[in-house]
Ligand binder design. Structure first.
Ligand code: PAF
Length: 425
């Protein structure tokens, strides 16, 4: 008997029951027993044709005497018994999905069977349940990633790369990586020879009542995801090195930080501009990547780089959304099932606004009222701001013209979410 790990997913029918049945059938197979199964985790579908439902994902540790090919055949037969139709469309909904993740440390590369599972390292929805039942496996996958946690170590790495004329792409993050971050990493890898990803939950950009302490953190999972998206290394400094007790210097970008999130989170952008300056000084990238979801942040960084003559190109990449339109954010992890369903209203209200403008409604007050009405239909929602502003200066606009930004900050339960669109008139 050998030890194997199986990834399990279902987003069609009675998902919980499908997974339970699959585990029972697997346990009932000749020469096979299920030793351990993880809890079931609810995740968003990826790739999503149409309106695919949310997945339940799990992982199981099994002992089997089947060969890899026989085990695959058994899994396919269980999928069939549970109503899975093959061949289905790519990423289509399925009653059950059973994948061999590992087969006793063996490497297999056949056209119909690759073990370890080739996309394992790219999938948070597999890594998370797997970590629960095989923490040592996740630890050893994470060890494949170069993690640098000292400032001098990071400088040394960059010096070596630059001595070989490598171009450096840099993706600053606070971790708990999702597809939005991974799209920045992939772009950095495309543009540059070396891609550095920093993971640092920056204490000075959080207000005293904000979520610094409970901000989600998972270095092992992040390391695996970052490397599989193309990161050459992860810079993971600690707060004491970044801000020693005698620390005194801050970077403040004026005016454009008075609006939107700057108005409701005093000191936030000072914290962001300061940490990004420090990271830029340590990593000295040629190009740095930011997501459009944090529109104001990207604008602040661009202005800072311009004003302080930093020799760095800033690239802002499009918002990455879940299948239903919710902008990806590490904070989405805080949402309950009901809140997650309500949260899509940010995107939907922005789409409605876009349509109204397209049909000729250019009065910002009317658009804001329509957005407000849509959002307040959700019981869990509380609006922090709805802003219609000049996309360059962030000053309020009464009428839509040229490039106009609509930006929202909305509390869904106890989670603060932001989203935005640019409308060109
Ligand atoms: O966008 C973020 O995650 C953070 O604000 C950043 C840019 C990494 C600075 O801490």
């Amino acid at each position: 008997m050998v030890t194997c790990y199986i990834g399990i997913g279902s987003n069609l029918g009675d998902r919980e029951n499908n997974i339970k049945k699959a585990l029972t059938l697997l346990h009932g197979c000749l020469n096979t027993e299920v030793e351990k199964a993880s809890a079931f985790y609810e995740t968003q579908p990826q790739g999503c044709p149409g309106n695919a439902g949310r997945f339940l994902n799990a992982a199981a540790k099994i002992k089997t005497a089947f060969s890899p090919r026989e085990l695959l055949r058994q899994l396919q037969s269980i999928e069939k018994q549970l109503g899975r139709i093959r061949p289905g469309k790519r990423n289509s909904s399925r009653s059950i999905d059973l994948d061999i993740l590992f087969y006793n440390n063996q490497k297999i590369s056949l056209p119909s069977l690759k073990i370890p599972h080739p996309r394992l390292r790219q999938r948070a929805f597999v890594l998370k349940p797997l970590k629960e039942i095989a923490p040592e496996t996740i630890r050893s996958l994470a060890k494949e990633t170069k993690i640098i946690s000292t400032l001098s170590g990071m400088r040394g790495f960059i010096a070596k790369e630059k001595a070989q004329n490598m171009t450096i792409g840099f993706v600053p993050t606070m971790g708990f990586l999702h597809e939005g971050h991974l799209s920045l990493i992939r772009q950095a890898k495309k543009d540059c020879d070396t891609c550095v990803v920093s993971i640092f939950v920056n204490p000075i950009q959080f207000g005293p009542q904000e979520d610094y302490k409970k901000y989600p953190r998972d270095l092992e999972q992040d390391s695996i995801l970052a490397k599989s998206a193309g990161a050459s290394c992860v810079f993971y400094p600690n707060a004491k090195d970044m801000y020693p007790p005698d620390y005194l210097t801050y970077v403040n970008v004026e005016k454009i930080t008075d609006y939107l999130c700057g108005a409701s989170r005093p000191g936030h952008f000072k914290g962001v501009a300061t940490v990004v300056t420090k990271l830029f000084n340590i990593i000295q990238p040629h190009i740095a990547y930011f997501g459009q979801k944090d529109y104001q942040q990207a604008l602040v960084i661009r202005k800072m780089v311009e004003d302080l003559n930093m020799p760095i190109t800033i690239k802002t990449m499009p918002i990455v959304r879940e299948c239903d339109g919710l902008a990806m954010s590490s904070r989405n992890a805080y949402l309950t099932t009901q809140e997650r369903a309500d949260a899509v209203v940010l995107y939907q209200s922005l789409q409605k606004a876009r349509e109204m403008v397209r049909q000729g409604q250019h009065d910002a007050r009317i658009i804001k009222t329509a957005i407000k009405t849509a959002i307040l239909k959700k019981k869990t929602a509380k609006i922090e701001y709805i802003s219609v502003a000049d996309a360059r200066t962030l000053e309020d606009r009464e009428v839509f013209r040229q490039k106009t930004l609509i930006a929202l900050a909305v509390w869904i339960g106890r989670t603060r979410l932001i989203d935005n669109i640019i409308i060109e008139v």
